[in-house]
Design a protein around this ligand. Structure first.
Ligand code: G3P
Ligand code: CA
Length: 269
């Protein structure tokens, strides 16, 4: 479906830099946040996990192997799970060299450092609580961290923060602990179950390969916990044709590693 046939009156989807502008800089690092800002992208997605000593850090995998030099720095510590390392140990790791020599020395940021960098650029955060089953209480802890950094003030709550998870229990917990926070469920629930999700999630955020124009329209017919239509942010769309396709479906947001490509593919409003 060409973008010109998008739903009448549909707004241009929000573009969200997935793990930062992760095509161009190592994912979930401050460099990836800076790259998104440089490209003029205000929304950044990240993934939050917890260290052995209870610090929230920004990393996609529950394991440090793929994106750091942990095997060289701590050779005897297999299987190198985030939850088995302290924050000070993780701060020693190089989270950039795997991506390219220009990023040697990039670190795994704490959530606090990540939020500070977003604040510096006046950016917005789509925060994913990753693997909540591994980290009991991470929802409450994340909300406290957000509050401590000023991310639960009126301005951030209104337009600069969404908390999402693949775990419906985790999304529901965030909503119940802090009903003013906008939330998203990652997945593609059957339409027969959307009314249940609409009790605690403001967004349904599915893989782009799992959706159709009809599915998106059906989701948007439900009102979420704040009385507004459910939104759909779809992932991970990295090419212009797919961006135009899902924009034609009427999605509200597109989560992408290449936010410049997606933005430039979308028609002007
Ligand atoms: O934000 C959507 C997307 O991040 C979900 O998948 O594995 O990249 O966290 P994943
Ligand atoms: Ca994610």
């Amino acid at each position: 479906l060409p973008a010109s046939q998008a739903r009448a009156g549909a707004e241009r989807p929000t573009v969200i830099a997935h793990r930062g502008a992760s095509t161009y800089a190592p994912e979930n690092t401050l460099a990836a946040v800076d790259k998104a800002a440089e490209l003029g992208i205000s929304w950044v997605e990240n993934d939050v996990q917890r260290t052995r000593d209870g610090e929230l850090v920004v990393l996609h995998d529950d394991n440090l192997k793929r994106t750091t030099d942990v095997e060289e720095v701590f050779p005897g510590r297999a299987p190198w799970k985030v939850k088995d390392f302290t924050a000070d140990e993780i701060a020693l790791l190089d989270a950039g060299s795997w991506f390219g020599p220009a990023y040697a020395g990039a670190r795994v940021p704490t959530l606090e450092q990540f939020m500070d960098r977003l604040e510096l650029h006046h950016q917005k955060l789509l925060l994913e609580i990753k693997n909540p089953d591994l980290y009991p209480g991470i929802e409450e802890q994340t909300l406290k961290a957000l509050a401590n950094e000023g991310w639960l003030d009126t301005d951030h709550l209104a337009s600069r923060l969404i908390v999402q998870s693949f775990s419906p229990d985790s999304v529901r917990t965030v909503h119940e602990l802090k009903p003013t926070v906008k939330t998203g469920f990652l997945g593609t629930p059957p339409t027969s179950e959307l009314a249940d999700y609409a009790d605690f999630a403001d967004q349904i955020n599915p893989s782009h390969s799992s959706i159709s124009s009809d599915y998106v329209a059906t989701v948007q017919e439900f009102d979420g916990p704040h009385g507004r239509p459910l939104e759909v942010f779809t992932w991970t769309v990295n090419d212009a044709d797919t961006a135009r396709l899902v924009a034609g479906y009427g999605v509200d947001g597109i989560i992408t590693n290449s936010p410049d490509v997606v933005r430039d593919a979308l028609p002007e409003e």
